[in-house]
Design a protein around this ligand. Structure first.
Ligand code: PLP
Length: 417
């Protein structure tokens, strides 16, 4: 469910006509719906109402301050994967005690920053990282809360690039070695063991892999408790999928009830790190058709948005729904919607039936709220696009379109040239 719907032949974001936003802000532009963000957060939060829990939104899915603030206002924490994400979350007043820090490559300065901030815990992804966090904490005279991110070797049955919980993945510590690492952590002076963590992948469309992972974690938990370690948190990561096309992911309520059923006797505070599920369908990317072209074998609609603005189709072959911002096209064609980037991989839509767009038409690429703007780049020296948030009848720019001057910010020609 989202708030991007037609009124007559015009596509609206909540109560604002999208063509009015583009008239003011230009294209391409990302547009987010506050009501949709809030609805998705509450659905996830309500799904776990029966258990002590915290929703730690995964910042990397969409790190705009407006999005972060929306969730912080609702009591959310965050899951971060860099010092930069911590900086963003602090900028909107997140409670440090609701911050968990994941990622395989934490630097010393990032660890120190998180320790000074007083985050809840580090999700430790390797044996060496455990030593490093202990060392940095010692230097700062702090105790670092930690969980070990366990790799449970469960197949989430999703795209290989977003599968993270199989043995061959770079993430986490193999579940068979995890107990030994808890023992090692217990012997370190500057660590406080707080939890067990896993994150098995993204865009999951079934509950069963989550349940399989929990079953494995429960065995580990027993071992950890047998060593006399008092674990308080069970962090189950993110990963719940959304509907892009014809997927039918479980509702948050079903995901919630299965997980509560599986964990209710453990006496643990549950943490979740949803990203895509909260923001994916709460955002769209709007671009304008510049040209159409009938190739020898194919039709192309060329738009002003490209793979640098929305990388998912090029990166994963992902599907994004397409809707005309004003429905006045006659008929449909079969073909690709492509961007201006000089790469054949630069497509937003491939080999699909699409409205017969004409130059000037505005096109909404749906479900672009997650891993859209955050993965965008300046490739081909294209300024990154504006972001807008809509709230009922009003909207505001929440990130300005970059200027040409922004493109060369920080660059210089050396004195010897
Ligand atoms: C990316 C990521 C998430 C969020 O994944 P979604 O599929 O967007 O919910 C959560 N936790 C960790 C550790 C991640 O890397």
């Amino acid at each position: 469910m989202h708030h991007f719907q037609y009124k007559g032949d015009e596509l609206f974001a909540e109560e604002v006509a999208i063509k009015d936003i583009v008239a003011e802000v230009g294209s391409p532009v990302y547009i987010y719906s506050r009501a949709t963000l809030e609805r998705h957060f509450k659905a996830m939060d309500d799904a776990f109402a029966g258990a002590p829990h915290t929703i730690c939104y995964s910042v990397k899915a969409n790190s705009n301050l407006a999005v972060l603030k929306t969730f912080v206002n609702l009591g959310g924490g965050v899951d971060i994967v860099s010092g930069g994400e911590l900086y963003r979350a602090l900028a909107v007043g997140v409670d440090p005690k609701k911050v968990v820090y994941s990622g395989v490559g934490k630097r010393d300065d990032e660890i120190a920053y998180a320790l000074k901030t007083g985050i809840l815990m580090f999700n430790v992804e390797s044996e060496q990282e455990l030593d490093r966090i202990n060392e940095v904490a010692g230097r700062l005279n702090k105790k670092a809360g930690i969980a070990i991110r366990v790799n449970p070797d469960v197949d989430p049955e999703t795209h290989p690039y977003i599968t993270t919980g199989l043995k061959k993945a770079k993430f986490g510590i193999n579940i068979e070695r995890a107990l030994g690492q808890y023992q090692r952590a217990e012997s370190m002076n500057n660590l406080e063991i707080l939890g067990i963590d896993c994150h098995i992948g993204s865009q999951l469309t079934k509950v069963s892999p989550f349940v399989d992972a929990i079953k494995k974690l429960k065995r580990l938990l027993e071992g950890v408790r047998d060593m006399g370690i008092d674990v308080k948190y069970l962090d189950l990561g993110g990963g719940l999928g959304i509907q892009y096309n014809d997927e039918a992911p479980p509702l948050p309520a079903d995901y919630g009830s299965s997980i509560i059923e599986e964990t209710k006797d453990l006496g643990l505070h549950l943490l979740f790190e949803p990203g895509r599920n909260l923001v994916g369908n709460a955002g769209i990317l709007v671009g304008r058709c510049l040209y159409t072209k009938q190739g020898e074998e194919k039709n192309f609609v060329i738009v002003d948005a490209g793979m640098n603005d929305l990388a998912r189709p090029a990166l994963y072959g992902s599907f994004h729904g397409v809707r005309p911002v004003v429905r006045n096209q006659s008929g449909v064609i079969e073909g690709d919607i492509v961007g201006p980037i000089c790469e054949s991989g630069d497509f937003l839509v491939k080999d699909r039936e699409i409205p017969n767009f004409q130059p000037g038409d505005l096109i909404a690429f749906m479900s672009a709220g997650a891993y859209g703007f955050t993965m965008s780049s300046n490739y081909n020296s294209r300024p990154r696009v504006a972001e807008v948030m809509v709230d009922g009848k009003r909207f505001e720019v929440v990130r300005e379109r970059e200027t040409l001057a922004d493109l060369v910010k920080g660059e210089s020609v050396p004195t010897f040239l």
